[in-house]
Design a protein around this ligand. Structure first.
Ligand code: ARG
Length: 453
């Protein structure tokens, strides 16, 4: 039976019902729907809009429905129009008249707006915890590898020496910003739309501060049209989640590269890798690849939401039912990715020697060689040119700056002396990059990030 059956002569057609129904994806909000209804019924009782004892009856009935759903005694009817219809119908089945009074001074439009906010508010708590866990794992690893020298890259070409800890901590910074975006989203989301009614509030003497307090909102919407038709918080969440996926995807890409035989900077634990059905030697970083791939889904969810929202006149339109599948999918996907990614990172083996070897071969101390000449009085451009010439000689002779004899140095520029070898030692090159934000300050950065958490 439909909530709106009065005006209609006929039952809804099966296909229309299937097309129109949202219960297959909004049933997950049953708890929040009941929570919102309990707050609403309590307010109705307190304001004398319904009798106190009816209000008590309704609240008790709703709590029993909640218990029965959670214990499995009550199955959610998947042919119902949506979760709101199902729960109100079930309440009426159990209580008769009292159940029919619940929807006084309310519309499904403000009801659904409240439900999604409550649901997503909780989901953001879970997400924040997961992001925080990942940052903690990164901090632990960075601490462990704070002086493990590796090449830093630009254009994926070996550039200057850094440490593995420093490289990892770059991701901690991105994830910290993600955390703060989730916090912002949660703050703006935590405003109570209940009382907006269908679009124009209600003539009943409701007290919105009661539901605001009961549902632990920080405030209430100031405009009833906006209250029922705002889905900015879904857009914000999907965009915060998309940015998280950008970060996880970049990290995954590096992990995939580092696992390859060409790099072999790390090895993933067997428990977080997969094999090939035909090639016996293979060990594939499937988790990282899937995380990278799933970023596409989340970006798609955001794009879908933006498009669904952009052309609808105020206030509620059914288009807005499309918000849920998209934002729920984005939330589910990011949670799943973090669940897989964090332990994968935590259990990886770091092959420091390969990082060190790669650092020795790529002339990543060439800038330091030039700086050595500058410290001896040469203008930087001349020092740059002399070092470039030396690199070319090394490449020609199959040597590195470390193994090039002093005579060769002197032939290019007579300022060189024995001290050059010390100046270009990778360990020293890293240690001296010590301004705030530099690779020599990993431990300090870890400490600061941990305090921020
Ligand atoms: N299932 C609907 C949704 O998710 C609930 C609101 C229905 N309101 C309406 N006026 N049809 O948007």
């Amino acid at each position: 039976m439909k909530l709106w059956a009065g005006r209609f002569q006929k039952e809804i057609s099966q296909t229309t019902n299937d097309f129109n129904s949202s219960i297959s994806f909004d049933s997950r909000m049953y708890k929040e729907d009941i929570q919102g209804s309990i707050a609403h019924a309590t307010m109705l009782g307190k304001c004398g809009i319904i009798d106190k004892d009816q209000s008590v009856l309704i609240c008790r009935g709703l709590n029993e429905i909640l218990e029965d759903i959670e214990s499995g005694k009550l199955q959610i009817d998947m042919t119902a129009e949506d979760i709101h219809t199902f729960i109100e119908g079930e309440l009426t089945k159990r209580l008769g008249d009292a159940g029919k009074r619940l929807h006084t001074a309310r519309s499904r439009n403000d009801q659904v707006a409240v439900d999604i906010r409550l649901y997503l508010r909780n989901q953001i708590d879970d997400l924040k915890l997961q992001v925080r866990n990942l940052i903690e794992v990164i901090c632990n690893k960075a601490e462990q590898y704070s002086d493990t020298v590796m090449p830093g890259y630009t254009h994926l070409q070996r550039a200057q020496p850094i440490t593995f800890g420093h490289h990892l901590m770059a991701y901690a910074e991105m994830l910290l910003r993600d955390l703060s975006r989730l916090n912002d989203t949660q703050k703006r989301m935590n405003i109570n739309p209940l009382g907006s009614g269908a679009l124009a509030c209600t003539t009943y003497p409701i007290d919105r501060t009661i539901t605001t307090e009961l549902l632990q909102f920080d405030g209430m919407t100031r405009n009833s049209l906006d209250g029922v038709s705002d889905r900015d918080f879904c857009l914000e969440l999907a965009s915060a989640l998309s940015i998280i996926m950008v970060h996880l995807s970049r990290f995954s890409e590096e992990i995939i590269m580092w696992c390859s035989w060409e790099f072999k900077f790390i090895e993933l634990d067997d428990a977080f890798s997969t094999g090939s059905s035909i090639m016996p030697q293979k060990k594939n970083p499937d988790i990282a690849e899937l995380v990278r791939g799933k970023s596409g889904r989340v970006f798609g969810d955001l794009q879908g939401l933006l498009t669904a929202m952009k052309g609808i006149a105020l206030a509620y339109n059914k288009d807005m039912q499309e918000d849920k599948e998209a934002v729920f999918d984005a939330v589910d996907t990011v949670k799943m990715c973090l669940t897989a990614f964090t332990p994968m990172l935590d259990t990886m083996t770091v092959i420091s020697q390969n990082m060190r070897n790669a650092s020795a071969k790529g002339f990543i101390n060439a800038t330091d060689c030039a700086d050595y000449l500058v410290k001896k009085g040469l203008p930087f451009r001349d020092a740059y040119k002399a070092t470039g010439t030396l690199v070319a000689i090394c490449i020609d002779k199959g040597l590195t700056l470390e193994t090039l004899p002093l005579e060769e140095y002197k032939a290019v520029c007579d300022i060189f002396d024995d001290g050059v070898y010390e100046a270009i030692s990778l360990e020293k090159c890293v240690k001296e990059r010590n301004p705030y934000g530099g690779p020599a300050n990993v431990l300090k950065a870890v400490k600061e990030v941990r305090t921020l958490l």
